[in-house]
Design a protein around this ligand. Structure first.
Ligand code: OGA
Ligand code: MN
Length: 287
């Protein structure tokens, strides 16, 4: 499939496509339209070989909507001076202080900032430095996760709400200003429907956020745990996953409403630096 200039090359997996022959710092309306369509169709889109300034990255991100402020980083700072909408993902330590979040360990399956009433609809990462090995990022298709559930399970969860824990980030770090709470019933967070309707495609998704401290409202804790384990089984099957191996200059844009992602650990002695923006969404609605 091609627009007048852009080539769209699907990954062959359940989601993901690479878009070629496009320079993101200089897009026509027509090109943007083709990119937006490809993003809704493929859930995660990849552009390789980009050379963007921070201002270019923000300008491209803004074409999708207003930006959300980045979460506060693990040191309590917001990083790129003058750009509160930038989140730095990095293991690099300068003068004893990490320049970004998530370290060099695994980042477990999650969707971004689902502990907010209104989570961002999209996140975009731009790779400035990548390690020689490891640090790959995996995405899963949550339309497919929903569709693969047995009908009885779809029915059972159709009116349930899930509490999305605000305590821990995907790297296992406690968020700024909060203290570690390991009781899913008591931990702070916000409730969203387990089955949501995607605001732009109208399709149903399973909306899980992250596993740690998750709690299905109203259920006895053991029942909530068992049901969540069952749902997570469907959400992390190989058939619905695409793996991305980073190169410098990659831009990856994903849809937080219908995907989750996780990251492999990498050698902490190597350097990995990515800049992230996040695009404002709407409160998730039930389906
Ligand atoms: C993120 C994230 C994973 C990675 O930026 O939201 O989860 O590959 N990053 O570093
Ligand atoms: Mn993330």
């Amino acid at each position: 499939m091609t627009s007048p200039t852009i080539t769209i090359s699907p990954s062959g997996a359940a989601l993901g496509a690479e878009l070629r022959d496009v320079r993101l710092e200089n897009l026509s309306e027509e090109e943007f339209h083709a990119i937006h369509r490809a993003w809704l169709d493929h859930l995660v889109i990849l552009f390789r070989g980009q050379r963007l300034t921070d201002v270019d990255l923000i300008a491209f991100s803004r074409r999708f909507g207003e930006l959300d402020w980045a979460p506060v980083q693990e040191t309590g700072r917001r990083f790129v001076e003058g750009h509160p909408d930038f989140y730095v993902v990095s293991n690099v330590i300068e003068n004893g202080v990490p320049i970004g979040s998530l370290g060099a360990g695994e980042a477990v399956w999650h969707t971004d900032m689902s502990y907010l009433e209104v989570p961002p609809k999209a996140s975009m990462l731009y790779a400035l430095e990548v390690p020689p090995a490891g640090g790959n990022t995996y995405f899963c298709n949550m339309y497919r996760a929903y569709e693969s559930l047995p009908a009885s399970l779809q029915l059972r969860i159709s009116s349930l709400e899930l509490k999305h824990d605000a305590t821990y980030n995907s790297g296992g770090y406690v968020r700024q200003g909060l203290s570690a709470v390991d009781d899913p019933v008591a931990s702070p967070g916000v409730y969203h429907p387990l089955v949501c309707i995607h605001a732009e495609t109208g399709r149903k998704v399973l909306y899980l956020g992250r596993r740690r401290n998750a709690y299905i409202g109203g259920l006895p804790p053991a029942e909530s745990e068992a049901l969540l384990d069952e749902l997570w089984f469907y959400a992390s099957r190989d058939e619905i996953i695409w793996r991305h191996e980073w190169r410098v200059g990659d831009v990856v844009l994903w849809d937080n409403r219908c995907t989750m992602h996780r990251r492999d650990p990498f050698d902490p002695r190597s350097r990995r630096i990515l800049h992230r923006t996040q695009i404002k969404g709407q409160a998730p609605r039930s389906g």
